[in-house]
Design a protein around this ligand. Sequence first.
Ligand code: MGD
Ligand code: MGD
Ligand code: MO
Length: 671
Amino acid sequence: MGLEIKRSVCPYDCPDACGLLVHVDGGRAVKVSGDPDHPFTRGALCPKMVNYERTVHSPRRLTRPLIRIGPKGRGEFRPATWEEAIERIATRWQDIIRRWGSEAILPCSYAGTMGLVQRHAGFPFFHRLGASRLERTLCSPAKDYGWKAVMGSTLAPHPDEAAASDLIILWGVSAVATNIHFLHAVRQARAAGAKVWAINTYADRTARLADRFIAVRPGSDGALALGMMHVIAADGLADTAFLAAHVQGYPEFAAKILPEYPPEKVNALTGIPAEEIVDLARAYAAARAPFIRLGSGLSRYGNGAMTVRAIVCLPAVTGAWAKAGGGLLASVATGGAFDMARITREDLLPRPVRTININQVGSALTTLDGPPVMSFYVYSNNPAVVLPDQNAVLKGLSREDLFTVVHERFLTDTAKYADVVLPATSSLEHTDLYRSYGHYCVQLAHPAIPPVGEAKSNWDVFRLLADALGFGSEPFFNRTTEEVVDSLLEAPGPWLAKADLAALRAGRPVELPLPPDYKMQFGTPSGKIEILNPAEAEPFPRYLAPHGDPEPLWFMSAPTPYLLNSSFSERPDLVAKAPVELMMNPADAAARNLTDGQTVAAVNRRGRVLFRLRVTPGVPAGVVVSEGVHWLDDSPGGRSVNALTAQRLTDRAAASTFYDVKVEVLAAAGD
Ligand SMILES: Nc1nc2c(c(=O)[nH]1)N[C@H]1C(S)=C(S)[C@@H](COP(=O)(O)OP(=O)(O)OC[C@H]3O[C@@H](n4cnc5c(=O)[nH]c(N)nc54)[C@H](O)[C@@H]3O)O[C@H]1N2
Ligand SMILES: Nc1nc2c(c(=O)[nH]1)N[C@H]1C(S)=C(S)[C@@H](COP(=O)(O)OP(=O)(O)OC[C@H]3O[C@@H](n4cnc5c(=O)[nH]c(N)nc54)[C@H](O)[C@@H]3O)O[C@H]1N2
Ligand SMILES: [Mo]
């Protein structure tokens, strides 16, 4: 058989959702390149996906089911057949359900794959079983809440809109790591003379490509946005015609709220010099069509939703929405295109069941009131590494009486605690339908290669489990992945119906069409942008303080271009480029007698994590940064960044607060 080239989609949790060309030879992926026909990603790939074949055919791939023979966490297993593994799970679950009730089973899944079928494959199964529900608020629900509180269901601007902007603000977004294809529009805008500003808590790679970088104290961006609007109002730079026609509540906001945020006070809250706040506000107001690309980092604080609400008011005050190239892109929401209820099947729940927040799995596994969690089923997620309060999560996973099943591509730290490990397909081995949260393309990916070893997709494993538990013959569970995809495409809603469905079915990337005047159609109850939102307990945005901790240094666990959360840790070539280090300002290092290159411990009451210290002026005093969420084996002290983070939630939407963390840093032996 000769070389074949097949279209696919990057399955990872990233706004870019790139179009791929998979070069297949003899049933193996030998090379992966970017699809030049993809309207947004245009043939370019990130440093991780250019060698996706190394992940797919990694010698570390799990190829057979495994059954634990050693202590939990040690990773000692014997191989088993699928029949034995499924039988063991079903028998144990039947026993647990009899003794404790079905809520004693807790599924845990997140975004290992973003494909709509495989990502949600367990939802109908666990609903049918009556298991505990997982509230999956790990990523950016606080950001989404803040956007919606002002803009309702308004469509996000197309990312390429930014190409026509004359001032782009990359606000809390590490685009060089997490959104590289957005930089296409940034380059185009720049070629036409646009300026680029970056606002972050340290000078990351993205800040280094900006014309101006503003270092903001962690968790204080809400104060910065309010301070900018104070200056804009005080200088008479607000777009009064736009405000009068399209915005609810501005006069009262300007009279009652904005006077509380003069530059001197905002300087005290954010650490940004007052002149810089004034400069930024004036540049933003003077721009013809300013465009903000808003990342998620700043929403992962106790004040995250309110912070985003304040920032989202900025383009309303300057009337940026009405200008070609202007606006604010937080996330693209294309949920309306597909009828997800056809997959998630809430209606299968036999009775109301309790909900456990994914950020509080650590507590749920160790100290839950009510029926204890006796079985934990993990797929598309690596909770031992990515969830906050790692020591609590590991304590839970160590429980001898907890029956843990992990369906995975690799023997992750979580899988090492499993009683039964099941091998998972990679995205090149199963069918799925993809959409994105950074652009408007949708795409269907057919398998490019057969499963590696005995790997099975999420959907196929839940079919086997449904069979073993006696409901596999029910019409819903008796379907193939392809039939589930069909159920989403056969009755397209009004939005999807306008897309090129034939091209979609053929596996080509297809853009959901946007109405010509969509930027000015505000999907709020009032039809206006709601700076005043009467449905909120706080009707106007204001500054709230983050949670904080008693320790002196803010601790940022930011993305690296070479890993994606804990994914790609199976790749030595990439791990080598993402060292486990802690960046610290020279003044903070000197005050602690610490020197570049030595081993240090970051500590707080939740944990202790070892790093190699890198002393750099790129990190402001009072902040320390570690890029990447590493596997425990790659971490010198056997704990990684989430041993320091907390189970505390955001002000709205019960979301994660990964950045709302403080630590002290001490010299440590390199144990
Ligand atoms: N290479 C790579 N790509 C990824 C990921 C990855 O881990 N690696 N993760 C994927 C996922 S799951 C997601 S959700 C997206 C996230 O994509 P982004 O939104 O770009 O990334 P975040 O991690 O949310 O945070 C971005 C930046 O926020 C900064 N930040 C933290 N606190 C604050 C603050 O208080 N104010 C300001 N202004 N900035 C702050 C951090 O320093 C970081 O540089 O990226 C996806 N893409
Ligand atoms: N400290 C700190 N912690 C963070 C973050 C941070 O910035 N800082 N980021 C947070 C964010 S934004 C997110 S979204 C979460 C991400 O959390 P997760 O979604 O858990 O992300 P990954 O670490 O990528 O782990 C996904 C796992 O799924 C597996 N997988 C991939 N495809 C499949 C499949 O088809 N089937 C099955 N069964 N398994 C599959 C992969 O091998 C991988 O081990 O992490 C969060 N954790
Ligand atoms: Mo995320």
